[in-house]
Design a protein around this ligand. Structure first.
Ligand code: XMP
Length: 513
């Protein structure tokens, strides 16, 4: 039985980071809402609990609280920031609002080494703080384990009950020894085995999917992207032929991509794939549309329409697989995240599950992108799929500024293939995170041979980034830029000028749209 740590999410921006750190330390971890009742948790046999931070103050009425049985359960607990204050309050400590919130780096001074929480952590170390309240008097049985200049109780613990709290954020890299603290909690205090790996996740998911699906049929939309590829392969591992994948070729993919995707899934992974050539259909719908948001909406609707037609041809389908990742789950909860919504509107097959009475299977819901790549490798997916660059659902339509036509798509595909081939072939450190060509409607005069040209401007975008949320333009070597430029202008008809995009995100976005 896999030992599982649950993170109770009190609305922290870092809850997912905590889960990921725990998994990195070899322990399986899932996030659950803060108000999950103890009986629900108990049924899952938690090996330890971590209470996340949160934006609220425990001192205000209506602050999120947890089931009181949790503190009494005997399961080892680590409260982080708000989580620590909540435990402290619930066991009878006294808290006060600080005159001024403490935010940013601080020096943690360890004052008590009778517990293993700070084993391997020097007496003074840098931690990251973000709080407005502070514990000023401890409850019975608890010891103060460390402090910062502004926070008297920056860490506390009751070794008998195995309940600990840290006011700082051990999950962020700015806390120098944060990883060691989490490691001590998991290994020394909760005595967990730390033997979890992606293969264990794989086996467990396969088992769960098999039990849930039983003899029913499942469908999945393959986009060629990593997420749907991994989700489909995982489900196929569980239920084999009961899964039908639908690959909608909307004609907005990069050069050679649709053949590559089909070859990988059919020949290499032996998935049951229905390919739909919808290129004409999408082009007709897109004709004359210049507004990027309109393009996205039209493509999204059309995609659902095609997918639904195919789905209806398969008798007795009960489940729909979706490659939703943890960040998608978070984004869909925060309406202010505009980009998140955009991404969702295409990525999800819209209201289809309700309309067709399908139940969702989302096996990647608890994972991050890099974890999904690791899972893909554990499933033996080929590297050209696992390491694929992020690619917008509406595809090249958002990289053509203005009208999308078959001709303009061909132009962009040819230019983009050159950008990718040249950058792939260069030995760059760091290798850019994403790189592509953009076809602009700008025309300018040039001279080629003895003749005057009046042709399009292509922009080249190459960025370094961690997650696409922020980005810097890649400092590509001049010789590489020169090769890209001269090859595109010489090899792609209708292009006579190249510009390199040197804007960061923010203020620009990655895609031009
Ligand atoms: P922006 O342009 O918003 O892009 O800075 C950030 C990252 O998201 C990718 N992107 C998408 N990915 N569906 C996706 O799966 C989409 O509709 C979509 N739009 C943008 C973009 O390529 C970049 O990596």
């Amino acid at each position: 039985m896999t030992e599982t740590v649950f993170v109770l999410d009190f609305g922290a921006q870092y809850a997912q980071l905590i889960a990921r750190r725990v998994r990195e330390l070899g322990v399986y971890c899932e996030i659950v809402p803060y108000d999950t009742p103890w009986r629900t948790l108990c049924a899952r046999d938690p090996a330890a609990l971590i209470l996340s931070g949160g934006p609220e103050s425990t001192l205000v009425d209506g602050a999120p609280k947890m089931d009181p049985e949790i503190v009494e359960s005997g399961v080892p607990i680590l409260g982080i920031c708000y989580g620590m204050q909540l435990v402290a309050r619930d066991v009878g400590a006294e808290l006060l609002k600080l005159d001024q919130a403490e935010y940013g780096p601080a020096t943690l001074v360890i004052s008590d080494r009778t517990t293993p929480l700070f084993d391997g952590v020097p007496d003074d170390s840098r931690v990251w703080m973000s709080h407005g309240d502070s514990v000023v008097r401890l409850a019975e049985g608890y010891r103060a384990l460390g402090s910062t200049a502004r926070c008297h109780v920056a860490a506390m613990g009751d070794p008998k009950k195995k309940i600990y709290g840290v006011q700082f954020h051990p999950e962020v890299v700015q806390s120098e020894y944060g990883r060691t603290v989490l490691e001590n909690f998991l290994g020394e205090i909760a005595a967990l085995r730390r033997d979890w790996k992606m293969e264990s996740f794989l086996e467990r998911s396969v088992q769960e999917i098999r039990e849930r699906v039983a003899d029913d049929r499942v469908i999945c939309a393959l986009s060629g992207g990593v997420d749907s590829a991994v989700a489909a392969t995982l489900v196929a591992r569980a239920v084999g032929e009961q899964l039908t994948c639908v690959f909608v070729d909307h004609g907005l993919l990069r050069q050679g991509e649709s053949d590559e995707v089909l070859a990988a899934f059919r020949e290499l992974l032996h998935l049951n794939v229905v390919a739909v050539d919808a290129r004409e259909r999408f082009l007709r719908k897109l004709a004359g549309i210049e507004d990027p948001e309109r393009k996205r909406v039209v493509i999204g609707h059309e995609f659902i329409a095609v997918f639904e037609e195919e789905a209806r041809r398969i008798p007795g389908v009960k489940y729909l697989v979706q490659g939703t990742l943890y960040p998608d789950v978070i984004e869909s909860k925060t309406p202010q995240s505009k980009a998140g919504h955009k991404i969702k509107s295409h990525h999800n097959v819209g209201g289809l599950p309700e309309k067709m009475g399908l139940e969702l299977i989302e096996p990647l819901r608890s994972l991050f992108k890099d974890e999904v790549r690791r899972l893909g490798r554990a499933l033996c997916l080929p590297e050209n799929i696992v390491a694929r660059q992020p690619f917008p659902g509406p595809g090249l339509a958002v990289r053509i500024i203005g009208d999308v036509t078959a001709h303009r798509l061909d132009t962009l595909r040819a230019a983009d293939a050159i950008v990718r081939a040249e950058i792939d072939g260069a030995d760059l450190h760091p290798h850019p995170w994403q790189y592509f060509a953009v076809l602009t409607p700008v025309k300018s005069v040039g001279v080629m041979g003895d003749g005057r040209t009046y042709a399009n401007l292509v922009a080249v975008r190459a960025i370094t980034s961690e997650d696409g949320m922020t980005a810097d333009w890649a400092r590509l070597p001049h010789e590489l830029l020169e090769r890209i430029s001269s090859r595109i202008v010489n090899e792609v008809p209708g292009v006579n000028r190249i510009a390199y995009d040197i804007t960061t995100k923010p203020p620009a976005t990655v895609e031009w749209e």
